[in-house]
Design a protein around this ligand. Structure first.
Ligand code: NAD
Length: 288
């Protein structure tokens, strides 16, 4: 594959719209969000921009959508670039980090968001479906976190920006703990991601690098359209959610801003479930 090219950053021409957060918790920090051209990654990129961060928008095959996200981030008064990369390819990941450092001089926040679902009944699951999900959902976060840890370690703490040398947030899933029939590869990848996150958090804590996960429940995005786009599917889904509503990507964006900020400095190696109560065994709602 030829090396990825990237768009050039452009300063924002317009003042931030009123919707941008007044509290710039991430002012002047730089964040890289993988798979940021759609869904949860898009919402996280915009929320980080609203909180004052410059944002590297990684995308895979959706350049126009990535450019739109960059435009929205710039409207918040911060800088944004778009960088194509397949997170499962070590060479492309390395180039993406080099591009980030060239453009912004360093990195403060990595959000490992890119993920795929390739579903099949277990006996029909192909090696390709198994491998691709592992490559994107587990090897991708490994490769990106490794580049980020090397960079954070080299940079050290920059007290004017944050009391941490760097923050890594993995976008996991409620399926890091809830088994999921027909989605064995996906659940295994997210279960693996949980222990990648926790083991890494333990290892790099002395270097003031914070590592945590967010586990979304059912969020309205392209990955799960089939689960909410018909009335019947939606009703079935709502039975699994005590709050009886589907979550919105912006709710994950707000959680990511908090986890990336010094407000959560003592939060380390945890999974923050943002799921409307999906992990509360909803089958027992009526007493079981
Ligand atoms: P989505 O399909 O909109 O987002 C996935 C993104 O990953 C896309 O932008 C896609 O282009 C990108 N991507 C796929 N392969 C890639 C690769 N090899 N390299 C780089 N990027 C790649 O769906 P989403 O719901 O926004 O998913 C985002 C994350 O949230 C995923 O990790 C997913 O597992 C997780 N998640 C979503 C939900 C939900 O209900 N939507 C629930 C739990 C967890």
């Amino acid at each position: 594959m030829s090396p990825p090219t990237a768009s050039t950053p452009q300063p924002s021409a317009e003042p931030p719209p009123p919707s941008c957060h007044a509290l710039k918790l991430l002012k002047d920090q730089t964040a890289l969000v993988t798979g940021a051209s759609s869904g949860i990654g898009r919402a996280i990129a915009i929320a980080l921009g609203q909180a004052g961060a410059n944002v590297v928008i990684n995308f895979f095959g959706q350049p126009d959508k990535a450019l739109e996200v960059a435009e929205e981030v710039r409207r918040c008064g911060t800088r944004a670039i778009t960088v194509p990369a397949d997170v499962s390819d070590p060479q492309q990941v390395r180039v993406m980090f080099e591009r980030t450092v060239d453009e912004f001089g360093g990195l403060d926040i990595l959000v490992n968001n890119a993920g795929v679902q390739l579903d099949a009944a277990f006996e029909d699951l192909t090696l390709h479906q198994w491998q691709r999900v592992m490559d994107v959902n587990l090897t991708g976060p490994f490769l990106c976190a490794q580049e980020a840890v090397r960079l954070f370690t080299k940079q050290g703490v920059k007290p004017a920006l944050s009391c941490a040398a760097g923050k890594i947030i993995c976008i996991s899933s409620v399926h890091e703990v809830i088994p999921w029939a027909g989605h064995v590869n996906y659940a295994a990848s997210k279960g693996g991601l949980m222990l990648l996150m926790k083991s890494l958090a333990q290892e790099v804590a002395p270097r003031r690098i914070r590592v945590n996960s967010i586990a979304p429940g059912a969020i309205r995005t392209p990955i799960n359209t089939a689960a909410w786009s018909t009335r019947e599917a939606c009703n079935d889904l709502l039975k699994l959610i005590p709050q009886k509503r589907i979550g919105e990507a912006e709710e994950i964006g707000r959680a990511a801003v908090w986890l990336a900020s010094d407000q959560s400095d003592y939060v380390h190696g945890i999974t923050l479930f943002v799921d409307g109560g999906m992990t509360l065994y909803p089958g027992f709602e009526t007493g079981g």
